[in-house]
Write a protein that binds this ligand. Sequence first.
Ligand code: SAH
Length: 229
Amino acid sequence: MNSTTEKFAAKFQGSGMTSDRTRARMIDALRAKGVKNEQVLKVMADVPRHAFVEEALEARAYELDKALPIGLGQTISTPEIVAIMTELICEHGVPKKVLEIGTGCGYQTAILAKLAKEVYTVERIAPLMDKARRTLRDLRYFNIIFKHADGHFGYADGGPYDAILMTAAATHVPPELKLQLAVGGRMVLPVGLAGQESQKLYVIDRSEEGFVEKIVHDVRFVPLVSGTV
Ligand code: SAH
C-alpha cells in the first residue's frame, strides 16, 4: 500500500463519529422512522457515508435528516430519503439493473450497487461525476457505469431497467425515462418545483397494461436542470 492508499483506508475505516457504532445508531434511527427492509438497512450499515463528504463534515454524515453540501451548489441526499427511496424500489424484490439520475457524491449509487447487479448512473456536472467515480473506485465498486449527460433523457443504451431512481426534482415525469423502464419495473422520483413545499415523491410501476402512478411523500430536492456542465 502506498501512503495515499493507506490514508484512504484509514478514512474509510473511520473512528469516533464516523465509526461502525455511529452507523449502527443511524440504522436504529431509520428503523424508528419506519424503515423495515432488512436488506436496505444492512447495506446502509455497511457503506461508509462519511467517505462521500468533505472531511470537515464527516462527523455530521450520519445525522438522519441532514442534506450536507457536496460542492457546486448540490447536496448529498439525507440517509432518511435514501432509505425511503431504496426501500420503495426493492418493495417487490431487489432489482437487478438500476438507472440512477443525479449521481452527486455517489452515496446513493453505492447503496444501489451493493443491492443490484448493475447500476447505471447519470450526472450533468462533470467534476461531481469524476469525484464520485474516484470515491466509488477506491471503495472497490466495479458494477457501476457512469455517464456525463442530461438525465432527462435517461441512458437508453443500458435499458430497459428494473428500477429507475432520480435524486433531483423534475417539473414533470420525463417521458424518455418511462420508456426505459422494463415491464414489471418501478421508477421513484421527486416531481415539483425546487425549494417548494409542493414537491412530491412519485412511484410509477410499469405493467403489460401500462403505467400506474402514485404519490407517496412530500419531499425537498435540488432541481433537475437541463443540459450539462
Ligand atoms: N444522490 C445524490 C444527490 C445529489 S443532488 C447524492 O446523494 O449525492 C442531485 C444531483 O442531481 C446533483 O448532483 C445534480 O448535479 C444532479 N442533476 C441535476 N439535474 C440533472 C440532470 N438533468 N441530469 C443528471 N443529473 C442532474
